[in-house]
Design a protein. Structure first.
Length: 77
């Protein structure tokens, strides 16, 4: 007489909910910076450290942000 045995495998992943929340917050903040910020945030962060970008540096940041808007699908022009 033969015996048939069945093996059931159950996989579970335990992703911490706090990690998902932190990543979602980073995503929302990143989308704000890409979509709506016009450089005010960069100046607010850099100015207290005595860093005052010149026009060429600001234009470089603007163009980088502009390209990110296209990549993210925001209408800009």
């Amino acid at each position: 007489m033969s015996t048939i045995s069945k093996q059931i495998t159950k996989e579970t992943t335990n992703v911490p909910k706090i990690a998902v929340g932190i990543l979602a917050g980073i995503l929302v903040f990143g989308m704000f910076v890409v979509g709506y910020d016009q450089g005010q945030l960069a100046q607010a962060v850099l100015s207290p450290f005595g860093i005052h970008p010149n026009h060429a540096q600001l234009m470089l940041l603007h163009e980088f942000n502009h390209d990110l808007r296209h990549a993210a699908g925001f209408p800009c022009h």
